[in-house]
Design a protein around this ligand. Structure first.
Ligand code: ADP
Length: 334
């Protein structure tokens, strides 16, 4: 049996259903992410696992134990929120040791564990600081240490990095992942940021309107989107109807699929005995760091092409180009 099992989970507020038919299995030591747009029900799942919200129906089990009728504090589940939620009148050391103090662990052992945790989150030099003397990223590392010190069976992270600026967020993503691997803790992260999900997860559960839309490793989700929703949400895919694409390439496509997705970086300019080609006008190029995204227009359809900045072909706006696509890069959507 998997370490965390969610079965037939439903949640409604009055007559409004917010979660329908959620099935999840998570293995011990896995880092999984619930990814989806705001309001799709991600936090509600976390809150149900933690026992903070009651499900309308369905079952949650952790380490073989059914969580029904088990109070939140007895679930051995930790939680980290976007807002840090540190105790403002306690030092870093006292914040981190709080959970062990509540468990009546002796003072010497608390000190030892606190130092170990502060070492792991790289904050030993801040042990006597108060939360308001720390940056957002440092406060979140304190919150993480405070949640981890009691060795929860599962750590739930609800958008923990969303309030931080991009550079700190990237750094903390990789720290979070290495701490998780070092301690072997099962973690469930909620985020609306697909890059964050890709960067840290063993497995991603993509959600849409209260349902699981697709599950897989980051590579599977990115390279094999099943639906238009996933293709748009995950990878800025170009999505065409069969008719549109057949008209553009002047060929019939394989019999499966009503819509087709093509990654912007899969459309290129070299004819390597390539399967499909189309003529299109370069409309606009935007440089975003290492990638240049160019919008093309063919008939009434526009699509984007991405190239690494370093090797980019420079397009003359208004000029017509022949673009090439390999057959295996045309993904049939269901
Ligand atoms: P997410 O975490 O994906 O942003 P949530 O799980 O917070 O989404 O919310 C899912 C849906 O449930 C939203 O439409 C939200 O408005 C609704 N919802 C959440 N909590 C309540 C509540 N206490 N009462 C009524 N509706 C709620």
């Amino acid at each position: 049996m998997s370490y965390v099992v969610i079965k037939d989970l439903h949640k409604a507020y009055g007559s409004t259903s917010v979660l329908a038919n959620i099935q999840m299995t998570i293995e011990k030591g896995e880092f999984v992410t619930l990814l989806g747009p705001s309001g799709c029900g991600k936090s509600t799942i976390l809150r149900i696992i933690a026992g903070l919200t009651e499900a309308t129906s369905g079952m949650v089990s952790i380490d073989g134990n059914n969580m029904q009728n088990i109070r939140p504090k007895n679930r051995e589940v930790g939680m980290v929120f976007q807002s840090y939620a540190l105790f403002p009148n306690m030092t870093v050391k006292e914040n981190v040791g709080f959970g062990l103090k509540m468990k009546k662990v002796n003072q010497q052992e608390i000190e030892q564990e606190v130092r170990k945790m502060l070492g792991i989150v790289n904050l030993l030099d801040k042990e006597n600081a108060f939360p308001n003397e720390l940056s957002g990223g440092q406060q979140q590392r304190v919150a993480l240490a405070r949640a981890l010190i009691v060795r929860p069976k599962v750590l739930l992270l609800d958008e923990p990095l969303s309030a931080l600026d991009a550079q700190i967020r990237k750094k903390l993503q990789s720290q979070l992942r290495s701490i998780q691997m070092e301690l072997g803790i099962t973690m469930i992260l909620v985020t609306h940021d697909q890059e964050e999900a890709m960067a840290v997860s063993d497995k991603i559960w993509v959600m849409s309107s209260g349902e699981i839309a697709q599950t897989g490793t980051p590579t599977e989700i990115y390279t094999k989107p099943k639906s238009e929703f996933i293709a748009n949400f995950i990878g800025n895919y170009n999505v065409f109807t069969r008719h549109e694409l057949e008209e553009l390439i002047g060929q019939e496509l394989p019999s499966v699929g009503g819509k087709f997705a093509i990654r912007p970086e899969a459309i290129h300019l070299e004819d390597r005995s390539t399967n499909y080609k189309l003529r299109a006008i370069a409309k606009e190029s935007i440089m975003s760091g290492n990638v240049i995204r160019t919008t093309f227009q063919a008939d009434k359809r526009s699509f984007s092409v991405e190239q690494l900045h370093q090797r980019a072909h420079s397009f003359e706006i208004g000029k017509t180009y022949t673009c090439y696509i390999e057959r295996e890069d045309v993904i049939a959507l269901t």
